[in-house]
Write a protein that binds this ligand. Structure first.
Ligand SMILES: Cc1cc2nc3c(=O)[nH]c(=O)nc-3n(C[C@H](O)[C@H](O)[C@H](O)COP(=O)(O)OP(=O)(O)OC[C@H]3O[C@@H](n4cnc5c(N)ncnc54)[C@H](O)[C@@H]3O)c2cc1C
Length: 490
């Protein structure tokens, strides 16, 4: 089945080489074998051209915050992909960069593959280093490079406007989602597919780049020689990869979803899906999550309510399902809307609304009740046990409970010299430790703390001005926190 035109675009004006030896899928963001539009499109192109299909999944060294934590999660993902592609109509080539000083990097590897490819298909990832990486390689490739959007249920380039608040995006989603629910990616794009076999990878590749030895890299000490940050430890309790994502997801569907509306905001229950690291690394797709939660209540389109932008009453499902869909389809997709439309500002303070910029300016000289530097924050060394527990959770487990994440950010804003400094610290801590960091959602969340997607609140308060105000005392009153505090007590 062909993918929708709204999900596909070419980034160079090079031709397709129909004499090439294979179609190449350069898998950089949607790192999964299922529910993946880019893989589906690559399979279709290979069938049309009657050529073998090669999937190249690289892992580079040169990205900010590269550490054992992220490398391990990604390499576990590669191991799961290697298993999933075994015996299928595809040649899978995982590559882990080891030493950029003395060996050519992964973009040279891509160029070497492309020399004999018919065309290259990749993921359309409008965040982190991906856009710059794509721009750099597009010119070097001798053949067409096309990008495919597998990020969001409603194609991220569909909307011709930028949404500055959730309820206006929600209205857009309500108006369009049904059409796109009918155009979901195939669960298994390789099912029943037969393609010519590639007898041999190009010698220009195999002579210079070794296929990753995933077993060795995942053995104790396997990452030791890589020049990445070894101080950010692997999260032993969370295995990366599509198979692990699927196991967790099934567990959530069976045991967590029914209580999502009640347990999500309670740190002691921690009743959210924990899908964000898998979504971030592309190990699971938002499409599948939406399909499965709707199926869990045997949902039918006749149940739909009015498309008026309310976060309850549209789907005609339980509150739990409605709440979950709102996070995935409104809050998550809103961040992609900003990332794709404003590459220059989605990840910085320039994306704040005018009222927030004004409020920040008005309170810039207000005396802060406490001032902390980055290392005191990083070490969870503040006076506030709730904040410290949240920071310890982030460092130890690579995640932070959603409600406490909001409080965590608000207090960093209150305890630093300026909005600029608070942003810098939040970005660094979030992206260094969180497995779901470095994502459009990271910037939706961090910049929400400073007013993005929010409205002005009154009365005006010192430091916060019109920004929404949160305190640990009110969190203690509202939330079940005892077990959480004991667990992350330090
Ligand atoms: C300061 C701050 C920083 C944040 N940084 C990140 C980040 O780096 N990466 C990240 O994915 N999310 C971030 N968030 C948003 C939110 O906290 C997480 O998405 C959520 O806690 C992930 O847990 P979950 O997968 O169990 O969520 P669930 O509640 O099970 O929700 C399912 C999915 O919906 C999406 N979602 C849920 N809540 C939000 C939200 N508030 N905004 C956008 N999407 C949402 C996520 O993709 C999530 O995986 C941040 C929020 C704040 C306030």
């Amino acid at each position: 089945m062909s993918i929708a035109a709204e999900r596909l675009h070419s980034v160079n004006s090079k031709p397709v080489n129909s004499d090439g030896r294979f179609v190449l899928y350069w898998m950089v963001a949607a790192r999964r074998p299922r529910f993946n539009f880019a893989l589906q499109h690559a399979v279709e192109r290979a069938q049309q051209l009657k050529k073998p299909l090669v999937v190249l999944e690289p892992l580079r060294l040169r990205y900010r915050w590269a550490s054992d934590r992220f490398h391990r999660f990604l390499i576990e993902g590669m191991r799961a992909n290697a298993a999933a592609f075994e015996g299928r109509a595809v040649t899978y080539y995982p590559f882990v960069e080891s030493d950029v000083e003395s060996k050519p990097g992964d973009d040279s590897l891509l160029a070497a593959f492309a020399e004999t490819a018919c065309e290259v298909i990749s993921d359309d990832a409008p965040y982190f280093f991906y856009p710059a990486m794509v721009r750099a390689v597009a010119k070097r490739l001798p053949v067409r490079l096309s990008l495919v959007d597998s990020n969001t249920v409603i194609p991220m380039r569909l909307a011709e406007r930028t949404f500055t608040v959730a309820h206006s995006y929600r209205r857009h989603m309500h108006r369009n989602v049904i059409q796109w629910l009918d155009q979901m990616p195939q669960a298994d794009p390789l099912e029943g597919v037969s393609l010519p076999k590639l007898r041999q990878l190009p010698p220009s590749v195999t002579e210079h780049w070794e296929r990753a030895d995933l077993k060795r890299l995942l053995s104790p000490g396997g990452l030791h020689d890589l020049p990445i940050d070894h101080s950010v430890a692997v999260v032993e309790t969370l295995e990366g990869g599509a198979a692990s994502a699927q196991r967790r997801w099934t567990g959530f569907l069976e045991q967590g979803l029914g209580r999502y509306d009640q347990d999500r905001n309670q740190p002691d229950c921690d009743g959210s899906s924990q899908m964000s690291p898998f979504l971030h690394f592309g190990h699971i797709s938002a499409h599948q999550l939406v399909r499965d939660v709707l199926a869990s209540e045997s949902w039918r389109p006749e149940k739909l309510g009015d498309a008026i932008g309310k976060n309850q009453g549209f789907w005609g499902t339980s509150l739990a399902v409605e709440g979950f869909l709102d996070q995935v389809l409104t809050w998550r997709e809103l961040g992609f809307n900003m990332a794709v439309r404003h590459p220059d500002r989605f990840d910085n303070l320039r994306s704040l609304p005018d009222w927030a910029k004004k409020s920040i300016q008005e309170t810039a000289r207000d005396r802060r009740p406490y001032l902390y530097g980055l290392s005191e924050l990083e070490e969870a060394g503040t006076h506030d046990p709730v904040w410290n527990a949240a920071q310890r959770q982030l460092r130890q487990t690579g995640r932070m409970h959603n409600y406490l994440r909001m409080l965590w950010g608000k207090l960093i804003y209150q305890w630093t010299e300026s909005a600029e400094q608070s942003f810098e610290f939040m970005e660094h801590l979030n992206n260094k430790y969180a497995l779901d960091g470095r994502d459009p959602n990271s910037y939706s969340g961090i910049l929400w703390v400073l007013g993005r997607y929010d409205r002005a609140w009154g009365p005006k308060r010192p430091v916060f001005g019109s920004l929404r105000y949160m305190t640990s005392d009110s969190a203690r009153r509202k939330l079940k926190l005892e077990r959480y505090l004991r667990r992350f007590e330090g």
